[in-house]
Design a binder for this molecule. Structure first.
Ligand code: CAA
Length: 265
């Protein structure tokens, strides 16, 4: 267990081999995302990326009320526009966490995921929600707008009409509505959320690790490229994977009716 001030990190969480559990740990502030959490998460994701024994991560919030209720409003209220602009405020969430984390990770949303909290969940490869989860981009009520990707990732996830309405009214979306809108993979009772997320992460961690990274890269490319470019990239990655030791092992294991023994190469 690594030690951070604002999050907890557990490797092989609950005995699930290869799965790192990260928990946002400011429950009194509903896990609001301040600069301390950003620094800790950046370090924890870097540690996860560098540790070859850890193959899938789960991010959740402590307490039973919130995943994260947004960027820390108290911290932001003291900053001037020049500070936000000159520090390129919020930029590291994407540049340090999303772009540098090539291995898969899942958001297990256990309550409010508002503003930056919703945006952080959407940075994950996919979201599993508890039945009390609530999603929203209420920044408009504070006189601002999403700043960590909400207007872009929410719109790509659920389409223009719903995203526009969410951003313009600041209303919250229930877990069930989020599932119908394809924002989350599934909704489970709150008591089962962590077990479900860890089990899913365990399944991913049991896959050939290089193929897992490649599959993530391919799906993400669908948001960045034209169909033609994406299809070319997909074929090239497929072709490269056929040269891997794990391709030989995976196909032999299928033919010999046994489990694969992955090398990660
Ligand atoms: N920042 C700082 N503190 C927060 C917070 C936030 N985003 N959200 C909640 N808290 C704090 C509250 O101030 C309160 O602390 P105190 O006890 O010290 O007063 C504590 O958490 C508990 O919150 P509430 O008493 O408000 O709890 P509630 O159950 O009555 O309401 C809530 C829950 C509806 C989530 C409400 O707390 C709320 O509306 N929070 C703000 C949500 C929000 O506007 N998020 C967007 C932030 S801006 C942003 O994220 C920008 C961006 O795009 C990155």
């Amino acid at each position: 267990m690594s030690t951070y001030e604002t999050i907890t990190v557990e490797k092989n969480a609950g005995g699930t081999k290869g799965v790192t559990l990260m928990t946002l740990n400011r429950p009194k502030a509903l896990n609001a995302l301040n600069s301390g959490i950003l620094a800790d998460l950046t370090a924890a994701f870097a540690e996860y990326s560098e540790d070859d024994t850890q193959l899938c991560a789960v991010l959740t919030g402590s307490g039973d009320k919130a995943f994260a209720a947004g960027a820390d409003i108290k911290e932001m209220s003291e900053k001037a526009a020049a500070d936000f602009y000159l520090d390129d405020f919020f930029s590291p969430w994407t540049s340090e966490i999303v772009k540098k984390t090539r291995k898969p990770w899942i958001a297990a949303v256990n309550g409010f995921a508002l503003g930056g909290g919703c945006e952080l969940a959407m940075m994950a490869d996919f979201i599993i929600a508890s039945d009390n989860a609530k999603f929203g981009q209420p920044e408009i009520k504070l006189g601002v707008a999403p700043g960590m990707g909400g207007s872009q990732r929410l719109t790509r996830a659920i389409g223009k009409s719903k995203s526009m309405e969410m951003c313009l009214t600041g209303r919250m979306m229930s877990a069930d509505e989020a599932e119908r809108a394809n924002l989350v993979v599934r909704v489970v009772p709150q008591a089962d959320l962590l077990a479900d997320a860890l089990k899913t992460a365990g399944t991913i961690a049991s896959m050939p690790p290089m193929a897992a990274i490649a599959n993530k890269e391919m799906v993400n490319a669908a948001f960045e490229m034209t169909l033609d470019q994406g299809l070319i990239m997909e074929r090239r990655i497929f072709q490269i994977l056929t040269a891997s030791e794990d391709k030989a092992e995976g196909m032999a294991a299928f033919i010999e009716k046994r489990e694969g023994n992955w090398k990660g190469r």
